[in-house]
Design a protein. Structure first.
Ligand code: ZN
Ligand code: ZN
Length: 656
């Protein structure tokens, strides 16, 4: 056996504190290794390396270099330093640790979300000098909003935090104007949007507003080499403005001055990988840490943002009265029981008179949007008298019927609703939601003979349609932009959206409607087929997203639901979930709800075992304690190699 040549630690700060890429909860801490003199220059904070850990070679990132270790025993040496590119800045490392704590996850999991995989060739690219800032925008560029000019000035020098309720019209241009105001002052900006279509629209708007080369777009579909090249342009400080999907919230822009999140209620902004953090909430933490501005912009508004406004952490940026009169469509509601159109073909397509007329008149002036919700939602239950969604009397959760002949059951606590009474009107009868009628494109075609019918949704999403009259059928979220705005829109089967047994069903329905209605020209007609007395429908008719979010927040507070309370959802086999619950040292105000059958099986669940879900609910003030308790219990399970996986989500975006 030949001995390896003895390695000597570096003369200065020989200990490297590392974040190791191992996500076992009981190993979630930093580890100290030694670096040699030869490695010392490259092994700076943020650089990747390889180390031997529990007998295997694993990836790690240097968090810090220190003189001596606080740990007992002999330290191992770092095997290899990979390049010299700091990919995890101290700001992002600290944010990642905070996010891991907030969502009861491990640092390794969060770092994997934050730092893209290495692509060595991209690191060899020649460094470019940083881009000059663009010229500032005109201060009257946001004059559709009260106080728009003040916000633009503040973006250059201060840290404005606003809930920005945007009008129909060119939101990408307006966001680009705000970004330009911050970028012109030399500040870094991170803008995050739900999907690649939104990135494409902002990419074009940023090119115009900032000039070419002053920003990069980061999306998951770029491919690893290009994605890493763009990431390096940001981490090296060559480019200071980023627009991208979910992971872009972690972009290490230099001199961060502004974070922008568009449409924070979209569940695409909720991370589907552990520990399932949400972009809006990461943005709030990051703005706070970096002392940066934050714009939470959208046509809709979430209860979470209403809470930020209520606590005065954020202000509002609202449309002026004059702009509302000019740029909003006229919205009307019609019940699905109302008279159907007096026309055989329109009857066949189940179109209420009001909807049919709006579409007919609209088609004389341009394209008409018809929003048709997708099938496949589990139908919920509503009050037969007032049609408000039915809540469990025990926990406030949504009611659903597991099968047509079974009594209604709470989706959260599992209690059978035997003596249910409506919380709004006091009546005792439930009504199952009609699972809409299936209408086909052919039926619409016959109802509007001679008009071209185009469809968008599922596998075939249209980005844009021109100004010629056409009927555009789309599922929610897939609506193409009409170049000159739609002449009218009809939002069908509102029930399907409103009655999903989910915490956010009302908020989500309104968000989908506002997004579609915002594509209609100022003064154009919008008809929503849904009961006009329900709150989300009222908010659409009056175009008052803030009013809706405030009412929603009040109601959630009464029921101790997020964001007024904190919830943890634990999903896994009964054995694994029970084991985790038994190990939890819960704060005194905690309430445990369930178990109920889980709708989806968690990854890593063992075959042959049914999945179930339990919920833990605590007052908001105990949210941090809940996260710590869950993390300790998970670490205990991990240390004793307890069988079965449990998926833990804090304040999940979808809570059905
Ligand atoms: Zn009722
Ligand atoms: Zn319940």
């Amino acid at each position: 056996m030949r001995a390896r040549p003895a390695r000597e630690p570096a003369a200065e700060r020989p200990v490297a504190r590392l974040a190791i890429d191992v996500s076992l909860p009981h190993l979630d801490r930093s580890f100290d290794y030694l670096v040699t003199e030869a490695q010392s220059e490259a092994a700076v904070a943020g650089v990747r390396c390889r180390v031997r850990f529990a007998g295997q070679l694993v990836d790690a990132i240097v968090l810090d270099r220190v003189d001596a270790s606080e740990h007992e025993g002999r330290l191992s040496f770092v095997e290899r330093v990979l390049g010299s590119e700091p990919v995890l800045t101290p700001e992002i490392a600290a944010l990642a640790r905070e996010v891991a704590g907030r969502w009861a996850g491990s640092l390794a999991d969060v770092v994997r979300l934050a730092v893209p995989p290495r692509h060595a060739a991209a690191e060899k690219l020649v460094r470019r000098p940083p881009q000059d800032p663009p010229p500032p925008p005109d201060l009257d560029a946001l004059d559709r909003y009260d106080g728009g000019a003040a916000v633009l000035s503040e973006l250059a020098t201060g840290t404005p935090r606003r809930s920005w309720t945007m009008l129909p019209g060119p939101w990408p241009d307006e966001l680009a104007t705000a970004v330009r105001a911050a970028a012109a002052a030399g500040r870094g900006v991170v803008t995050v949007v739900p999907d690649a279509r939104d990135v494409a629209r902002l990419d074009a708007a940023f090119n115009t507003a900032l000039g070419p080369g002053r920003h990069v777009a980061l999306t998951a579909d770029l491919g690893p080499a290009e994605r890493y090249r763009r990431f390096l342009a940001v981490s090296r400080g060559e480019v200071r403005v980023v627009v991208g999907t979910r992971a872009a919230i972690w972009a290490p822009v230099h001199d961060l001055g502004l974070l922008v999140v568009w449409d924070d209620g979209d569940d695409l902004l909720a991370e589907p990988r552990a520990p399932y953090p949400n972009v809006r909430d990461i943005a709030i933490l990051r703005a706070h840490r970096a002392n940066a501005g934050l714009l939470l912009a959208g046509h809709a508004m979430t209860a979470e943002v209403a809470q930020l406004v209520e606590s005065q952490w954020a202000g509002t940026l609202e449309p002026s009265q004059a702009a509302r009169r000019r740029d909003l469509p006229q919205v009307r509601a019609t019940g699905d029981d109302d008279a159907l159109a007096d026309d055989a073909a329109a009857r066949a397509a189940r179109l209420p008179t009001l909807a049919w007329r709006a579409a007919r008149e609209g088609l004389e002036a341009g394209p008409v949007l018809i929003q048709v919700p997708r099938r496949g939602y589990q139908p919920g239950l509503a009050c037969a008298a007032c049609r408000n969604p039915a809540h469990c009397r025990h926990c406030g959760g949504p009611l659903a019927r597991p099968a047509a002949d079974r009594p209604p059951v709470c989706r959260w606590c599992g209690v059978v609703a035997t003596d249910w009474r409506c919380a709004t009107c006091g009546k005792p009868d439930l009504r199952a939601v009609i699972v809409g009628v299936r209408r086909t494109a052919e039926e619409f075609g016959r109802a509007f003979a001679g008009v071209p019918v185009r469809t968008s949704g599922g596998g075939a999403v249209l980005d844009q349609v021109d100004d010629r009259p056409a009927l555009v059928l789309s599922t929610p979220g897939a609506e193409p932009v009409a170049t000159g705005g739609y002449a009218a829109a009809v939002l069908l089967d509102g029930w399907m959206l409103l009655s999903r047994p989910d915490l956010r069903a009302g908020e989500e329905a309104l968000r989908r409607w506002l997004a579609a209605a915002a594509l209609v020209r100022g003064g154009g007609k919008v008809v929503v087929v849904a009961p006009g007395e329900l709150r989300p429908v009222q908010a659409l008719l009056r175009w008052q997203p803030r009013w809706h979010a405030e009412r929603e927040l009040d109601e959630r507070r009464t029921l101790h639901l997020p964001p007024a309370g904190r919830m943890a959802a634990l999903t896994g086999s009964r054995r694994a979930v029970d084991d985790l619950i038994a190990a939890l040292d819960l704060p005194p105000g905690a309430e445990v709800l369930g178990p109920v059958p889980a709708l989806a099986r968690p990854a890593g669940a063992e075959d042959g075992e049914a999945s179930e879900r339990m919920l833990i609910r605590v007052p908001r003030s105990q949210g941090a304690e809940l996260a710590i308790a869950v993390k300790i219990a998970l670490a205990g399970r991990s240390a004793r190699k307890a069988p079965g996986a449990v998926r833990v989500e804090l304040d999940p975006a979808v809570l059905g």
